[in-house]
Design a binder for this molecule. Structure first.
Ligand SMILES: *Cc1c(COP(=O)(O)O)cnc(C)c1O
Length: 381
């Protein structure tokens, strides 16, 4: 089956429960259990209600993976995975540009738990051997950096991990299985913040781990002890949201490219960051790896922070809010949100200026979005 069919069909119980075309929610914390041989104990925290199991099957099918498990948030997927696979004395190699929460977890909590982390350049995997230790267990990367959208040498990461017997882990939140299926490319585990595109409606917080059965089993055992499970109602909403993932993401790919091209030619705009543009440093690599360039783009305005703030104030369609991946267009100024805690000197080194804007393109009509951006830019100048 192709991806679009799996999104609708995979995970559906056969036969359907009382013929229900939509999988019902099993909003039950516990289930009858007598402890008979082979009888499975079902309990909310064990993530094994029928709603969970259907969702796990659908998520695994999207990447032709052996297994999947959902979690209370994207951060729960990341923390539960790392804590399940590494222990005190172990070492993790991670890309140096990471989602803020992940970077804090890696640089604060892991060292406190006796797990050493070395940050490496994701686009130069040939430099990774120097950072390798006897205790290295896993490598961790993101499909695209935020907010400049650089794509690491993902095939190099897979080969490096294989050559050294390490578990390869990728955060695929920005690409989604529509644009990249990491497990099909050889990654052991692919992680998601389902809060973003997978659910797609900005109405829940959830995460997922997709990949090898033995690893997902070990992570699920840890999840039961940490309590990083997902509530059945959130499972139901995520299962429903997933059905339209391909329609949403393909629309967002197209609209983001249209908007990026429009911005690139605009006199108020100093620079545009979108991997779909030939001017982006990762364009060639992204074109080879991805089926689409995603719905997030960033751009820098002339006129500094004041111009950027005037632009945000003037927008009528886009909502000024953190997060991304919903049906509604969201816009942020990274120095005021995701990179607020990063000192100005560091931000400058990363290329994140005061006038940088990040846009998560929704599914509104793209001509409306461009008209709105256009009028806001005129007032920003
Ligand atoms: C949002 C996000 C996360 C964290 O997800 P939550 O659901 O907010 O916990 C992790 N990685 C990336 C790339 C994200 O965008």
């Amino acid at each position: 089956m192709k991806l679009d069919t799996k999104l609708v069909l995979a995970g559906e119980p056969s036969p359907r429960i009382l013929g229900a075309v939509t999988l019902p929610t099993f909003q039950s914390a516990t289930f009858q259990y007598r402890g008979a041989p082979g009888e499975e104990l079902r309990y909310g925290r064990y993530n094994n209600t029928p709603t969970h199991l259907a969702l796990h099957q659908k998520l695994a099918a999207l990447e032709s993976a052996e297994a999947a498990v959902v979690t209370a948030s994207g951060m729960a997927a990341i923390s539960t995975t790392i804590l399940a696979l590494l222990r005190s004395g172990d070492h993790l190699l991670a890309q140096n540009c990471l989602y803020g929460g992940t970077l804090e977890f890696f640089t604060r909590d892991l060292p406190a738990a006796g797990i050493e982390v070395t940050l490496v350049d994701g686009s130069r995997t040939e430099s990774w051997s120097a950072a390798l230790k006897r205790a290295t267990r896993a490598v961790y990367v993101e499909v695209m950096t935020n907010p400049l959208l650089e794509v690491a040498d993902l095939q190099g990461v897979v080969e490096f991990a294989r050559a050294h017997g390490l578990v390869s882990i990728i955060d695929n939140t920005f690409a989604t299985p529509v644009n990249l299926r990491p497990v099909e490319k050889g990654f052991d585990l692919s992680l998601y913040s389902c809060t973003k595109y997978l659910n797609g409606h900005s109405d829940l917080v959830a995460g997922a781990i997709v990949g090898k059965a033995a690893l997902v089993e070990a992570i699920t055992a840890k999840l039961k002890r940490l309590g990083t499970c997902l509530d059945p109602h959130a499972c139901f909403l995520l299962y429903r949201g997933l059905k339209t993932l391909a329609l949403r993401v393909r629309c967002q790919n197209q609209s983001a490219l249209r908007i990026a091209s429009f911005l690139q030619g605009h006199p108020q705009v100093r620079r545009v960051y979108y991997p779909g543009l030939p001017s982006h440093p990762s364009h060639i690599r992204a074109s080879a790896l991805l089926d689409g360039f995603g719905g997030v783009l960033s751009f820098e305005l002339h006129g500094g922070a004041e111009a950027a703030e005037r632009f945000l104030e003037r927008l009528r369609i886009a909502v000024v809010a953190p997060s991304l991946g919903g049906v509604e267009t969201l816009v942020t100024r990274p120095v005021a949100t995701s990179h607020r805690g990063v000192p100005p000197g560091e931000r400058q080194k990363l290329g994140i200026s005061e006038a940088l804007i990040r846009l998560s393109v929704g599914i509104e009509d793209v001509d409306d979005l461009i008209a709105d951006i256009s009028q806001a830019l005129e007032h920003a100048g």
